[in-house]
Ligand binder design. Structure first.
Ligand code: CU
Length: 205
């Protein structure tokens, strides 16, 4: 009987010690990881290997349109800003942070970043539960362009990004984001994508 407690403790600490994400370096002194930087931007082009701003629908997001994206952390919030130029005039777009870098296909950017991950979601099964797919738990930057095709949005989150699940891309969608159960977080086709610029993580404080 008396052996049970230490064994349980050992199992417990082993579970806690398991890394949340693979580390690129086993070195104890320099656990440098690449994370999305605070400021990113680009000029949209059709896909080419290495492109960081990709348009998948040149009617919605013409080649040559530009995007600027930034994040700014305060003590307990994160302010996220998006500005886009050269888009179609006077139309609505959905915009969110997604987990994966942009790729040749719109779906390559993967699912939305969620601060608290929906346990019902998984590969091929996006989170559509408003309990999780909402602008407090995800980063939504929907906007409507003016007559010149310029749009901007700001979101303020009351948390800091989880560095174990970096949000590598900003995806523009064809319509504003839905909020009803079963379709929450959906915003129609993905029309463009920006891969955020990377930087080395700051040393742990
Ligand atoms: Cu999205």
């Amino acid at each position: 009987m008396i052996l049970a407690a230490p064994l349980a403790l050992a199992a417990c600490s082993a579970a806690v010690a398991a890394p949340a994400a693979p580390s690129p370096s086993p070195s104890a002194s320099a656990p440098a990881a690449l994370l999305p930087g605070e400021v990113s931007g680009g000029t949209f082009r059709s896909w080419a290997a290495g492109a960081d701003a990709v348009t998948y629908d040149t009617a919605a997001v013409p080649e040559g349109a530009k995007i600027l994206f930034s994040t700014e952390e305060t003590d307990d919030t994160t302010v996220v800003r998006l500005t886009a130029l050269g888009l179609a005039p006077s139309r609505g777009y959905g915009a969110h942070l997604h987990l994966n870098p942009c790729g040749k296909l719109p779906d390559d950017a993967g699912p939305h970043y969620q601060q608290e991950v929906d346990p019902a979601a998984g590969p091929g099964k996006p989170s559509v539960d408003p309990e999780y797919a909402n602008p407090e738990n995800e980063v939504w930057l929907d906007f409507t362009t003016d007559a010149h095709g310029t749009g901007a949005a700001t979101a303020e989150q009351n948390w800091h990004f989880d560095a174990g699940r970096p949000a590598w891309s900003v995806v523009l969608h064809t319509e504003h984001t839905h909020t009803d159960p079963g379709e929450a977080g959906q915003a129609g086709a993905r029309v463009a994508c920006l891969t955020r610029h990377s930087q080395y993580s700051k040393p742990a404080r």
